[in-house]
Design a protein around this ligand. Sequence first.
Ligand code: NAD
Length: 229
Amino acid sequence: MKKIVFLTGAGISAESGIPTFRGAIDGLWENHNVEEVATAKAIKEHPDIVYKFINELRNKYKDCKPNSAHKAIADLEKDYDVTVITQNIDNLHEQAGSSKVIHLHGDLSKVRAIGTSYEVLFDYPEEGIAPASEINGFKVRPHIVLFGEDVPNIAKAIPVIKQADICVVIGTSFNVYPAAGLIQYVDINNPIYYIDPNPAYTPGYPDIKVIKATATKGMEELVKELRNK
Ligand code: NAD
């Protein structure tokens, strides 16, 4: 089977009701100052505020459902070896049925033990968590990569993207590194598609095939194009 790697950003979940990060360029997301609620510095200096913000985020979006773009990606597993590398902290790809998903920035449905050398994850408790919360004797924090924190899964993503026969980028503004740099690892002979209604300027990639559309419409076009090949 040919290998397709999808690189997805906040845009793929916009039609599921989760807003993108665009406003964060001006420092605001969900009416919060990003510097205060989503950075490595913030979680050290005022962890209560950060945990409270993430608890609220989790509650607000926990009932969102995958849209037809997430489902189309999962359906392609019938004909392709599909891996999804996502910047998203929602788990809509998994809910849609994708079996190989690498989360670069964590997963809002999980909390992680602090101070362990290996990853210990638990389901996010209904009642939320505070900086002192413990589960099974472990102190826990949201399983999210904040701005300024390491992105350990980039090491898993690079070999996967190098192997891609086809790469499809959906709904990202190419603003957040190291995720934004991943397409440089796609073999130069292999196609890159980019689905976004407001695509970013990508001068370094003259052959990139831009599908200027929302994720759901763009995936319909892509699936047709793949069938015709
Ligand atoms: P971004 O907000 O910077 O860019 C979003 C992109 O999605 C834009 O290019 C925009 O044109 C596009 N877009 C908007 N509506 C779309 C649609 N219906 N279909 C397809 N594309 C659409 O997002 P980013 O580049 O992913 O970076 C922001 C970071 O914030 C991410 O790395 C992620 O960690 C985090 N984030 C995650 C979620 C989520 O989990 N759903 C939501 C917001 C932000």
